[in-house]
Ligand binder design. Structure first.
Ligand code: ZN
Length: 338
């Protein structure tokens, strides 16, 4: 019996050497190692052998099986490699270029804005998108039931009443940052903000703001206007800026900042409603009450703050007419910014 097993092994080794195709190899494999193959046939006779002959045969059979299996695997790999080399593969064919991504226009704008303000010595800050109404409203001088809360249509978190919400502006970062820092403070804090509004070409429920806050001794309105001027010129080139008084609860005085119309150079056109000016953002000197909420002495320090509506700027920059395109995920839109 031992001799028969060894004979089968040697015969199979030499047969594998002479096999000419993968199919032939497969047939040989089944005839030797298959469920009804020759090895299985030999093993089926084991139980009928006298005990002294049987000893060690099981181990031998297993070793033989392993060795044959290895030989078959090697032969199979050889055939498969050959097949690959015989295909029409032509290494001189041009390859398929992978598609290369690029920054979303909003991300690209943020990157440039961060670079600009960093060059003026501002630090990057951030705060949570899910906020408490305390940080989003109260500490920014917008008490409960104050009519100015109507300025911000708010998403409240379910079952939290009016205490937990999606921040309606990036301004809560002012309070949170000042909890851990003392003036002088110069920060820029970009991030997502949320408003509960119906969407149209000019309105979106989710958008991006950049909060800018400077608190130091001797900060004046002229510093605010100068900073904004420099920023607008960095983004849009040669433009002029003008300010108009406007009420915002967390600043005093509060301002609306206009920029000379990019399309008509200030001569008047339909986009600027023939005024020559485009309304850009709200700004102002930090309200003394807000300074106190930040534990900053309003008699020693003053500051300015403004919030940049990023999508609005990018729309002006590229002539985009619908704010909803930014989050549409539409590649035809996005690919134009590569
Ligand atoms: Zn115009």
């Amino acid at each position: 019996m031992k001799l028969e097993i060894e004979k089968l092994q040697n015969q199979t080794f030499s047969k594998i050497q002479t096999v000419k195709s993968l199919e032939e190899l497969q047939t040989l494999y089944y005839s030797v190692l298959g469920r009804k193959g020759e090895l299985a046939y030999l093993l089926s006779k084991l139980p009928n052998l006298p005990a002294n002959e049987r000893a060690g045969l099981g181990t031998l059979a297993n070793q033989t099986k392993d060795k044959l299996q290895q030989a078959f695997d090697q032969a199979r790999a050889k055939f498969q490699n050959q097949n690959f080399n015989q295909t029409d593969f032509d290494p001189t064919w041009p390859g398929i270029l992978p598609e290369i991504g690029h920054a979303h226009p909003v991300s690209a704008f943020l990157e440039n804005a961060i670079k600009f303000f960093s060059s003026l010595g501002y630090n990057l800050a951030e705060s949570p998108e899910v906020e408490t109404s305390n940080y989003n409203f109260d500490l920014l001088n917008i008490p409960p039931n104050h009519p100015s809360r109507d300025l911000w249509d708010t998403y409240y978190v379910k079952n939290s009443g009016t205490s937990v919400l999606l921040r309606t502006h990036t301004s809560p970062v002012q309070i949170r940052y000042m909890e851990e820092h003392k003036p002088p403070v110069y920060i820029i804090a970009p991030g997502r903000t949320y408003r509960h509004e119906s969407t149209d070409a000019g309105h979106e429920t989710t958008f991006t703001q950049i909060e800018v806050l400077a608190i130091d001794k001797n900060i004046h309105l002229t510093d605010l206007i100068g900073t904004l001027n420099a920023f607008f010129q960095d983004v849009f080139g040669k433009v002029k800026t003008r300010v108009r008084p406007h009420f915002y609860p967390f600043v005093e005085p509060g301002l609306d900042i206009d920029m000379s119309c990019l399309l008509c150079n200030g001569n008047g056109c339909p986009v600027c409603k023939h005024s020559g000016w485009l309304e850009m953002l709200g700004a102002g000197m930090v309200h003394p009450k807000v300074l106190k909420n930040m534990k900053v002495d309003p008699d020693k320090y003053s500051g300015f703050a403004f919030g940049i509506g990023v999508e609005r700027m990018v729309m002006l920059l590229y002539g985009i007419t619908d704010i909803r395109l930014f989050l549409s995920g539409d590649l035809r839109f996005l690919q134009q910014f590569s």
